[in-house]
Unconditional design. Structure first.
Length: 146
């Protein structure tokens, strides 16, 4: 089974009202604890999921991983892809993590730090000390949000 991306219900409204600027905004990715279940309607902001984020420990720092190297591709589907995201596992390791959420860290109104989407992992991910927990090319695909 492959990872599944689930857009938040709020994303279409924020795009339609030109609140989100994929070209200029800062996006972050957070890891969610084992057992976390994303609710696209109820989980619209970072504050809604903060209690389920992995704790700062073992090489993971809450809310700190900015996405970089984005490539925006127009067409059908329209998508944005960021470069690989990695966390170096330190003493105790990282995880297990059930999912990752992508957040727009620039937006403050009408919602602070809206969730763009959740990436539900096929199975929990964890990394022992000395290795890297990696999410390969996280992607937001507009066709998923239709």
């Amino acid at each position: 089974m492959a990872d599944v991306t689930i857009p938040s219900d709020k994303i279409m409204h924020l795009l339609a009202t030109k609140v989100i600027d994929f070209d200029g905004d800062v996006f972050r990715i957070i890891l969610m604890q084992s057992g976390f279940v994303f609710d696209p309607e109820a989980h619209s902001s970072y504050a809604d999921v903060l209690a389920f984020e992995l704790p700062t420990d073992g090489g993971y720092t809450q809310g700190a991983k900015a996405l970089a190297g984005k490539v925006i591709t127009e067409g059908n589907p329209w998508k944005i892809v960021w470069t690989n995201v990695q966390w170096l596992a330190l003493s105790g390791g990282i995880g297990p993590a059930a999912a990752a959420c992508i957040i727009d860290d620039t937006i403050t109104t009408p919602v602070v730090d809206p969730i763009i989407q959740c990436i539900k992992f096929a199975s929990d991910r964890q990394q022992v000390e000395g290795g890297y927990l990696t999410i390969a090319e996280p992607e937001f695909n507009l066709s998923h949000a239709t």
